[in-house]
Design a protein around this ligand. Structure first.
Ligand code: AMP
Length: 392
């Protein structure tokens, strides 16, 4: 059965088509700069990568190109062969603990949740509508970034703010990257050979979050009400004392909106280093002796170590720590420093094994108190699995 996995952002659209249940990727691609000049798309098919520069004024046109490519490359002879389409939706609030069929009702609820994810939910819905129009017979399924974290209890998800803020305005921790954490936790349970596990999953990329997962269920996670909580990230601040905001408003005359932009786009590695949000540029800066790059990376790593230590205690021990996403899968140096920072827990790196990028690997030595793994994440296959589940 042909199943599409879709991730639509405000100016991009990523897709992968699978043959299910085999989980074979038939074609994948990404449309970029939708609605902006110099738009283009790249597709991978039959072992080849092709880039095409085309005008993409909106997502509907992108979906038109996508369907054209599916037909021209004989991935399908007719669009009716596509039975299900799974859509990544960022914010499901506390309404969805699992994936659901994207009915009009669900779409309305996702729209109502827009104030909680003003950048993401509307863009996700634009993608959903474009596919509903182009391939109306396929079952559309919503896969929420927040769903996996719905198993947290209120002790973990509430803030120390007035309870009425939670009751009246939904102020609480929701957590994100759930599809990735779920995939990683599932995969590591397969490696460990059982389900009764205490796992710390570290999704560290441009955005980053860490989750504590007990018996396959999330009990705590570092992102919060928005994806700007927790770790120091590429350009996001992560946790700060909220009182900094009125103080800086008072000092600089900046508006709430301006401060929000700074906290999301000009903070983190970028804000501290003044160089870049990209960890590769930070590493290059460190090589060149740039003091602020050195500081930025130290802060980035310290925050990760602190969350791992916190979740170790919260889980009552730990059976595995996993690194994934851009930095977690590829940065040998960042992983090394994190593991060295966990010495107090008896975690011991295997330097040779750690010399790996993007490949499932055990990177700790046999006498390490906790095994640590690199496991490449695969959110697309999770989305495809859920879409397949509802389309069978
Ligand atoms: P993601 O958001 O998961 O795509 O991750 C993006 C982050 O991964 C960026 O900060 C990249 O610099 C980082 N990254 C990707 N490849 C490498 C690499 N080979 N070494 C270090 N960091 C990398």
């Amino acid at each position: 059965m042909k199943i599409l996995s879709v991730n639509a952002g405000s100016s991009s659209l990523k897709f992968q088509m699978y043959e299910m249940p085999e989980e074979t990727v038939l074609i994948s691609g990404v449309f970029e700069r939708i609605g902006i000049e110099n738009s283009f798309y790249t597709i991978k098919v039959n072992g080849e990568k092709i880039k095409k520069e085309v005008e993409l004024p909106n997502h509907e046109i992108a979906v038109e190109y996508l369907t054209k490519e599916l037909l021209e490359n004989h991935i399908v002879d007719d669009l009716s062969e596509i039975k299900g389409i799974g859509h990544r939706l960022v914010h499901g609030g506390d309404k969805y603990a699992d994936s659901v069929i994207l009915t009009e009702d669900v779409m309305n609820t996702v729209e109502e949740l827009t104030p909680l994810a003003p950048l993401h939910n509307p863009a996700n819905l634009v993608g959903v509508r474009a596919f509903k129009k182009a391939i109306p017979d396929a079952v559309a399924v919503a896969v929420f970034d927040t769903a996996f974290h719905q198993t947290m209890d209120e002790v973990s998800y509430l803030y120390g703010t007035p309870y009425e803020w939670y009751q009246n305005y939904g102020v609480r921790k929701y957590g994100f990257h759930g599809t990735s954490h779920k995939y990683i936790a599932g995969r590591v349970n397969e490696i460990l050979g059982h389900e009764n596990t205490r796992v710390i999953t570290c999704h560290i990329g441009n955005g980053g979050s860490i989750s504590a997962v007990k018996d396959g269920k999330c009990i705590d996670t570092s992102m919060g009400f928005t994806p700007n909580a927790g770790l120091v990230m590429g350009s996001r601040s992560g946790d700060i004392d909220a009182t900094v905001i009125p103080y800086i408003m008072d000092k600089t005359g900046m508006s709430i909106k301006e401060i929000d932009t700074v906290l999301n786009k000009q903070s983190g590695l970028l804000g501290i280093s003044g160089v870049s949000s990209d960890s590769r540029d930070i590493e290059a800066g460190i090589e060149a002796g740039n003091e602020r790059c050195i500081l930025a990376q130290k802060m980035y790593i310290r925050r990760i170590i602190n969350y791992i230590a916190q979740y170790y205690v919260e889980l009552g021990g730990c059976d595995a720590i996993v690194f994934t996403a851009g930095v977690g899968e590829n940065s040998i140096n960042v992983r090394k420093q994190i593991i060295e920072g966990l010495q107090a827990l008896g975690v011991k790196l295997d330097e040779e094994a750690n010399n790996v990028r993007g490949k499932e690997t055990l990177i700790t030595s046999s006498d390490s108190s906790i095994p640590c793994y690199v496991i490449p994440t695969d959110e697309e296959v999770m989305i495809a699995r859920d879409a397949y589940h509802f389309s069978k």
